[in-house]
Design a protein around this ligand. Structure first.
Ligand code: ADP
Ligand code: MG
Length: 543
């Protein structure tokens, strides 16, 4: 038997492949199962146009068999198989993708669901195997062939025995080394977990052969996001949320998207109810699961979510992404940016309608994640303020409720110029502030800022519907009357004020008469943009 050699370049490429393209060894199984699924798809597509072929669903499956004793792992499919020439062409030439060629041939028809495109995934088997043996019998062929290789050294092809059409890939799993555990790829529970993680939505059953056990189908097969919304119940979404380990809580809302047009994707997104324990810490990683054609590409694709919506959980599936060769990362992708933008818009409108139609639910949400929205207004120099300002809620002196800025502004009396707010640690403390008196006496509504970030966020907004925000402790509230009377009092008490200013030097810059006070004899106020509360926070910040 003649041993054929890889070309020098191919050898180098293969070594690179095996050692550096993939960050995780476990994905070899994803790649081999994806190939098996493609092989079955090809029969399916053929059957669409070839009336002599019957596609009997029951006959098509993928079977994974681990034999720990002999250290072999076999992935078998009942797909289209490969002829001798195809074995040579597809497995002997790195970066040659029979599946991509198939897709091109069938461009106008189906075939776009095929996963393969780069012609490298197969070789990932060598990350975990010393030797790979492929036995295959092509559809319509009487003969079967065996391709065998130990990696960079080359491969052999020879006839073999195989009764049915399809392909069987046998991996001789490597021995454990000091820093790598390969035994795990022979353990059924570990294999199951890998299959569940990456290949749960492969359209054909993936079965596992375990000694003394009946075959189990491991994957769910039908991605719920491809189902019609009308066929799904709230419980279906909740189960999906739990199964996918998005959280232990019951989500407040789900968003099921099926978008077609300049971007095409499906997504199921959730707005959780409770804050993940690490949410407001550096450890928290935002992101959505990203699938391409039903195969998991990324656990947490952070580019899909803006920071201010980092609480959203869920997944996106799109077949119009340009993946890089490892299919673990995306190329700098315009498509992804468009999807992200689209998603952000959908989340915003979903939150707005929650606010409008299910206020109680919205407030529940806001209690958990409102702070993040306020951070969103504050960060990026207010770039997101337009998107977020209508989602904000603040405590208010009116009815002691949370109110939106729109609610505040729409009931402002005509003579009221500003949106007034006061800051403090708690509502009770704010209510005791002497500075609030004048405003509330006037019958004006007052927003209570009890969160550090509130005032910073509002400074970014600057105005809402052309109304400026005004801290009640700032110098001029725009409602003080009798300016000249104040001036007169100022003159009469000049000596006293001067004395007080020197006594309090370093603590205050000036003592002045004010028309602001009603019941209280004295209050603190600031001049300029930085208010007392902001000063406190700024002083407490590490430099
Ligand atoms: P890709 O899947 O990106 O095309 P791979 O390296 O994973 O690249 O596979 C190379 C080619 O080998 C595939 O395109 C396909 O033509 C062929 N192939 C691989 N596995 C199988 C299989 N189980 N059955 C039939 N053909 C296969
Ligand atoms: Mg492949």
């Amino acid at each position: 038997m003649e041993k054929k050699q890889f070309q020098a370049e191919s050898k180098r490429l293969l070594e690179m492949m095996i050692n550096s393209i993939y960050t995780q060894k476990e994905i070899f199984l994803r790649e081999l199962i994806s190939n098996a699924s493609d092989a079955i798809d090809k029969i399916y597509y053929k059957a669409l146009t070839d009336s002599t072929l019957v596609f009997d669903q029951d006959h098509y499956y993928i079977k994974v068999t681990a034999d720990a004793e002999n250290r072999t792992l076999t992935i078998r499919d009942t797909g289209i198989g490969m002829t001798e020439e195809e074995l040579e062409a597809n497995l002997g030439v790195i970066a040659k993708s029979g599946s991509l060629a198939f897709k091109r041939e069938h461009e106008s028809k189906d075939g776009h669901d095929l996963i393969g495109q780069f012609g490298v995934g197969f070789y990932s088997a060598f990350m975990v195997a010393d030797e790979v043996i492929v036995r295959s019998r092509a559809l319509g062929s009487e003969r079967a062939y065996q391709w065998q290789s130990t990696g960079a050294e080359g491969y052999t092809i020879e006839p073999c025995d195989k009764q049915d059409v399809g392909t069987e890939i046998l991996l001789k799993i490597k021995e454990n080394t000091e820093d790598e555990n390969y035994d795990e790829y022979l353990e059924p529970y570990r294999l199951k977990a890998i299959i569940k993680k990456y290949s749960d939505f492969i359209r054909y059953p993936i079965k596992m052969d375990i000694a003394d056990q009946e075959d189990q189908t491991l994957n769910s097969m039908v991605p719920i996001w491809r189902k019609n919304k009308n066929e799904l119940t709230p419980a279906d979404y909740e189960n999906f949320y739990t199964e996918k380990h998005y959280g232990f809580d019951k989500p407040i809302k789900h968003i099921h998207l099926n978008v077609e047009g300049s971007v095409t994707y499906q997504a199921i997104l959730f707005i959780p109810e409770t804050i993940p324990f690490d949410y407001y810490s550096k450890e928290f990683e935002k992101g959505l699961e990203l699938y391409s054609n039903g195969v998991l590409i990324m656990d947490k694709c952070s580019d899909l979510l803006p920071d201010h919506f980092s609480f959203v959980k869920g997944m996106v599936d799109s077949d119009s992404l340009s993946l890089n060769i490892s299919r673990e990362l995306l190329q700098h992708d315009r498509q992804l940016k468009l999807i992200a933008k689209n998603i952000a818009g959908k989340i915003k409108s979903q939150l707005l309608s929650l606010l409008k139609d299910e206020r109680e639910q919205y407030e529940k949400f806001y209690n958990s994640f409102g702070r993040q929205l306020k951070f969103g207004v504050y960060s990026d120099f207010g770039a997101n303020k337009d998107a977020l300002q209508d989602l904000l809620l603040f405590h208010s002196s009116k009815e002691q409720k949370l109110v939106t800025l729109d609610e505040y502004v729409s009931r402002m009396p005509e003579d009221q110029k500003y949106i007034y707010y006061a800051t403090g640690d708690s509502i009770e403390r704010i209510e005791k502030l002497p500075q609030t008196e004048l405003v509330t006496d006037k019958g004006y509504e007052l927003l209570y800022f009890t969160d550090d970030i509130d005032e910073f966020a509002i400074k970014m907004l600057m105005t809402y519907k052309d109304k400026e925000f005004k801290n009640v402790s700032s110098g001029d509230l725009g409602i003080e009357e009798a300016e000249n009377q104040t001036q007169q009092e100022q003159q009469e008490n000049q000596e006293l004020f001067a004395y007080m200013t020197t006594q309090l030097s370093g603590k205050v810059t000036n003592v002045r008469a004010s028309k602001r006070l009603k019941k209280h004899p004295v209050c603190l106020s600031t001049e300029g943009d930085v208010t007392i509360e902001m000063e406190k926070i700024l002083n407490a910040m590490p430099n």
